[in-house]
Design a protein around this ligand. Structure first.
Ligand code: NAP
Length: 329
């Protein structure tokens, strides 16, 4: 496989290279791609150096697959050019996620929708992926009516510039700001841009993407997305109302039997998911599983995952692996 990593110098791109190497992805040629600012820089992969190339050169090299994490505008302009050249694109930006002609895939849930004709495939938003990983098996068994989610999102979700802002604040250095306010010792109820309805774009991704992934509009999701000064992963407080009642023991059992989900839930030993434990892992961690005592058939839980791995790089690479395993590229 000739593989282009578009955005190879970014937060997600770097993790993408790490995960490709770890999983021994069947890669025969790597094409690291970034903006004109980075062309000519060297990227190391499995001990070998590769020169970063620009987008036009990468298209001309006709990769088999291009893993995109270079922002929505780059995807909108360039993913179709790769697709025209015969490359299958798996895109991490929000550019194609809600396009009715594109699939939005979490491999554990809906990879079976993929066909040879899918030349641009969308990877869901990081906070959506960890949410649906836990919701999908519960929805299948108990039928969700309504989900209320509040996120506690890592600065690594904004990219290199935001991680630098937090590091600068901790070191007492004045530098470039990724956010309109300091993020250290703060919580910003503001992830991505505000929309006309008063929600942020991140909140609307959480509202809409789960319906598309689960291919079901019969449930609704209401979200508040908050940026906090953590770096290891995103956390989510999730309240789910079901049509049908459940036993907490069955919920724990079902989640612990779900591939890619790990239950960490023991209040006697202070065991619950946290970003410092989720960091650098591919699993989605679920804990604080308890009944909402104010409403029937309703569950509360706490979900944590590394937004750069299962929330981005790992999910993208799992999609590419599925395509290869099923001879779809
Ligand atoms: N961070 C997350 O948790 C996360 C999760 C899911 C999805 N995503 C999505 O993944 C994408 C990248 O996020 P990130 O956090 O990795 O951002 P980042 O750290 O800012 O990196 C951006 C990458 O895109 C490249 N790039 C920017 N403009 C470009 C252009 N015009 N042409 C070619 N390459 C260009 C940059 O290259 P230079 O180094 O040359 O500037 C860099 O490699 C975004 O669409 C984001 O929404 C991020």
């Amino acid at each position: 496989m000739k593989v282009a990593v578009v955005g190879a110098t970014g937060m997600v791109g770097e993790v993408m290279l790490k995960v490709l190497a770890e999983r021994n992805f069947p890669l025969t040629e790597l094409i690291p791609v970034a903006s004109e600012r980075s062309v000519g820089k060297t990227i190391s992969y499995k001990g070998q150096d590769y020169k970063v190339v620009g987008l036009a050169d990468a298209v001309a090299m006709k990769p088999d697959v291009a893993l995109f994490s270079a922002g929505g505008d780059t995807s909108l302009e360039w993913a179709p050019k790769f697709a025209e050249a015969g490359t299958t694109v798996v895109d991490n930006s929000s550019a194609w996620r809600m396009d009715a002609t594109k699939k939005l895939i979490v491999p554990e849930i809906n990879a079976n929708e993929l066909t040879k004709d899918d030349k641009i495939i969308a990877n869901p938003n990081c906070s959506t992926i960890q949410l649906v990983m836990a919701l999908a098996p519960l929805h299948k068994k108990y039928t969700m009516k309504r989900v209320v989610v509040s996120t506690y999102q890592s600065v690594s979700g904004t990219g290199v510039k935001a991680v630098k802002q937090l590091e600068n604040e901790i070191a007492g250095i004045e530098g470039e700001m990724a956010y309109p306010y300091p993020i250290g010792r703060n919580a910003l109820p503001h992830c991505d841009v505000f929309l006309d309805n008063g929600y942020t774009k991140e909140e609307m991704k959480l509202a809409k993407e789960p319906q598309k992934i689960l291919n079901d509009t019969s449930f609704s999701v209401s979200a508040t997305a908050v940026r906090i000064p953590t770096a290891g992963g995103h956390s989510e407080s999730v309240n789910v109302e079901f049509e049908n009642d459940f036993e907490l023991a069955d919920v724990r059992k079902l989640l612990s039997e779900t591939p890619g989900v790990v239950v960490q839930d023991n209040t006697d030993t202070n065991t619950y998911p946290m970003p410092i434990y989720a960091h650098d892992k591919d699993d989605v961690f679920v804990g604080r599983i308890r009944r909402d005592e104010t409403q029937k058939n309703t569950l509360n839980m706490w979900i944590v995952a590394d937004n750069l791995r299962k929330g981005a790089a790992t999910n993208t690479i799992q999609i590419a692996e599925y395509l290869i395993a099923n001879k779809l590229i």
